[in-house]
Structure formats: C-alpha cells, structure tokens
Ligand binder design. Structure first.
Ligand SMILES: [Ca+2]
Ligand SMILES: [Ca+2]
Length: 236
C-alpha cells in the first residue's frame, strides 16, 4: 500500500508536464490553423502588371492608339509599382486615342474584393477622359457590379508629372475581370495609368479541412496522453 502511494507522488510532476505540453501543442496547432485561415482571406494588393493583364475590348480595332503600338500602350497602363506613384506624361508613357473611345479588358490572377480605382488622367480638358464605364465580373464571368465614374482632370505636378486620383469601390467583391470604357466628350482619350487595389477574395474553407484539423488535434493529444508517464495519471 505504501509502495503505491510513493509511486504516485514521484510521477505526479511528469503527468502535469505532459498535460502542459499537450495544452501548449494544441494551442500552437490552433494558432497555426487560425493564422493559415487569415492568410487566405487577407492579402491586400495593388493590381498591376504583376497580377493583371490588360487587352483591348471587342469594340476596338487592332491598333487604335495615336502615337504608339497597342502592345506598348497597353503595357504602360499597368506598369507602375505603386498606386501612389506619380508618372511623367511623355510620348513613351501616355496612352492616347484620338477621335474615339477606348475599351479595355482587365484580367486578374485571382478573384479580388476591390476597394479603390486609381486613375492618372490627363491634366487639361482638351484631352482628358470624362467618363469611365466599369463592369465587374467574377471568375465564372457573371456580372457582380457596375459603376460609371466621371474622373477629375489629372493633377499636374510640373515637368508634365501627373498624380493619381483615387475612387472608392465599395461594392465589387469576387472580381476577376473588369471591362472599362473610357470616353472623352471631345473624342480625345489621354491618360497614363489605370489600376485597382483590393484584397484577395476569401476562399471558402471546406468543412473537410476543419474536420481534418480537429481529428489531427485529437489524435495528437491522445498520443501525448498515452505516453508512459501519462498512464500514471490514470493510476493516480
Ligand atoms: Ca504608365
Ligand atoms: Ca475632356
């Protein structure tokens, strides 16, 4: 009888250590799962050449630009690294259609919840864009939003530099494609960049993921509780 009681007293600290270790492990596992879920849902991004392509819309001719090739003009629309960057208006940087509108199709690398339109409009009424008609589509091509923006003339910073203007996009979620029709009241369309900011749309986490995570946690705790020292707990 005395021998049994001595064994219990010696092993008790080990049992507690194992319980603490199991608790720490489970807490860490939950933290990692929550962290992974957060990574899936929160990836703010400026959508430029790194995650966007832009092409002419169906209404356009193959080479509609007044001073440059279609390839060069389209590339310069999404070439800035930052949505706050100013850009100089030169013959190798600006996008110009003379005597018509410009229809563009943007495609992102995934679905995004957009929150801002960034636009570098020309800085005089004689060439600036007066209306941008936007349509937003999800990955399946379904229309998820539409908006008509009447952009302000560009902010001229001197030496022909233009600052961006931001327009809030509060509604479009799960946007993969954007159709934009840019129009000037006098038939002139001249600007430097057009881009969007948003967060990667939340990817629905399958129920099977959480079931698997729970099973993993239970299994891990069971293993820890069945170490030799842990079995002393039952004895105790
Ligand atoms: Ca540019
Ligand atoms: Ca104008």
């Amino acid at each position: 009888m005395m021998q049994t009681r001595v064994t219990v007293l010696v092993r008790q600290p080990d049992v507690r250590n194992n319980i603490y270790a199991a608790a720490k492990f489970c807490t860490l596992a939950v933290a990692l799962i929550v962290s992974a879920a957060g990574t899936i849902s929160a990836n703010a991004a400026y959508l430029n050449f790194q995650n966007t392509t832009v092409a002419l819309g169906e209404s356009m001719s193959a080479e509609p630009f007044a001073n440059r090739t279609t390839a060069d003009s389209l590339a310069s629309i999404i070439d800035l690294a930052s949505p706050t960057q100013n850009e100089q208006h030169t013959q190798t940087s600006h996008v110009w259609v003379s005597g018509g509108s410009l229809e563009l199709n943007f495609a992102f690398d995934a679905e995004y919840d957009l929150h801002t339109l960034h636009f570098w409009n020309y800085f005089t009424e004689t060439y600036d864009i007066d209306d941008i008609s936007l349509q937003f589509f999800n990955d399946s091509g379904a229309l998820v939003g539409a908006l008509a923006v009447q952009p302000v003339t560009g902010t001229h910073l001197g030496s022909e530099f233009i600052a961006p203007a931001d327009y809030v996009l509060a509604f479009p979620t799960n946007v993969r494609f954007v159709n934009a029709l840019l129009t000037g009241t006098n038939g002139q369309v001249d600007f430097n960049n057009l881009g969007f900011s948003g967060e990667l749309s939340q990817v629905p986490v399958p129920a099977a993921f959480w079931l698997l995570a729970s099973a993993f946690g239970v299994l891990s705790c069971t293993v820890l509780m069945n170490t030799p020292n842990s079995r002393a707990m039952r004895f105790f």
